[in-house]
Design a protein around this ligand. Structure first.
Ligand code: GLU
Length: 374
């Protein structure tokens, strides 16, 4: 195969591990490495790519600042350490990006924000807005508040969920290893590197031992979990070594790494998800003008909606029917049934005065909409 280049992708999530960012022995950030990474990010940004960073390092950095002893931390200790480290992390990213005139925006999420529909929609529209403003969202888990049941615990899977939530077409995991080997490379001299994985078979999973460095939580196993989430939702993933200066440039220059091929593309994967795997909670009946607009690929505006049935929440899947009752499509409604009822048939410009808050102009955004064939 021809190796992909980063500029082949439109929206790229770059995950940076703690052990790359934080020099444990010196107890401080690897500033020069981060500066070089920011140069690589800036080059992609200039090429009009959408960039998102998932950065670990809050706990490791907080631990260094607080001079906590080595060894595993209790949950409350690591949460408090993250509170200290996250501030430093955010400042570092802002500085590194602003040297290139790029604005960074800190987004802290928990597992729930990527799972519960309302929070998911919210997190997604916030991040979308940052991207629209050409800012770079710098994302981490909200370690200070996330209790075990709402925790990812590792940023590999968090990054994969962010990538799929944002319909990114590439996820780059910068790690302390340069990809997947068929045996642990540290101990087996004969270990063979895999440049490309098209399908995550049980053999591939078996290759991913639980090896990990001291600072990073995610060993190869969590990276394979991340690959499953990403590729299944149409996002290509690559594991590359971050132990070099300019690691992104390195990928384009043919550095050794492992590519995980996406199954389909993110848009079709998302649409498949909306069309097939979500239980519709209600029905919107729309007028003929709206049917025509939807078939042209437009969003559904409140003005075209004539009737609301069902008791759905914001972000729930609904069926869309035409004036004759025939199903036109399905989508995720940006309003709950009560609010939808109030704004149906009305101009989007009136939403704020009717509801008392300014919600989205669309009842269902076209990215959240699947329209069937006529
Ligand atoms: N969220 C954690 C931190 O910022 C890191 C988790 C991980 O390394 O995967 O410290």
């Amino acid at each position: 195969m021809t190796t992909p280049r980063l500029t082949d992708f439109r929206r790229i999530v770059v995950k940076v591990g703690s052990s790359l960012l934080v020099d444990a022995r010196a107890g401080k950030l690897n500033e020069s490495w981060l500066t070089a990474l920011a140069d690589d990010l800036a080059a992609l940004h200039r090429d009009r790519r959408d960039l998102l960073v998932v950065s670990s390092g809050a706990i490791a950095l907080g631990r260094a600042v607080l001079k906590l002893p080595d060894g595993p931390l209790r949950l409350e200790d690591s949460q408090a350490a993250a509170a200290v480290g996250q501030i430093a992390l955010a400042r570092t990213w802002t500085q590194a990006l602003s040297r290139h005139g790029i604005t960074g925006g800190q987004v802290l999420v928990t597992l729930r924000d990527t799972e519960e529909r309302r929070r998911y929609l919210n997190a997604r529209s916030t991040i979308d807005k940052l991207l629209e403003w050409r800012a770079v969202p710098v994302i981490n888990e909200n370690d200070t508040v996330a209790t075990s049941e709402i925790r990812f615990g590792d940023n590999d899977r968090l990054a994969a969920r962010v990538a799929t939530m944002m319909s990114a077409d590439l996820l780059v995991l910068l790690s302390d290893v340069d990809g997947l080997y068929d045996a642990p490379p540290a101990t087996a001299a004969s270990a063979r590197h895999l440049p490309r994985v098209d399908r995550i078979t049980p053999e591939i999973e078996a290759m991913a031992g639980a090896a990990g460095s001291e600072l990073s939580r995610g060993g190869m196993q969590t990276k394979i979990e991340a690959a499953k989430i990403a590729t299944g939702a149409g996002t290509t993933m690559v594991i590359a070594s971050g132990r070099v200066e300019h690691p992104l440039r390195g990928i384009d220059q043919g550095a050794r790494c492992t590519w995980f091929t996406a199954l389909g593309n993110p848009v079709t994967a998302r649409k498949k998800w909306i069309a097939g795997s979500l239980e519709p909670r209600g029905t919107l009946t729309i007028d003929a003008g709206a049917v025509a607009a939807l078939r042209r690929g437009n969003s559904l505006l409140p003005v075209g909606v004539v009737r609301i049935d069902g008791n759905f929440d914001r972000g729930d899947a609904v069926v869309i029917r035409g004036p004759d009752g025939a199903e036109i499509g399905r989508g995720l409604c940006a309003y709950d049934a009560g609010d939808a009822q109030k704004i149906r048939g009305r101009a989007s410009a009136d939403i704020a005065s009717i509801l008392g808050f300014s919600g989205r102009a669309e009842m269902i955004h076209r990215d959240d909409l699947v329209v069937g064939r006529e």
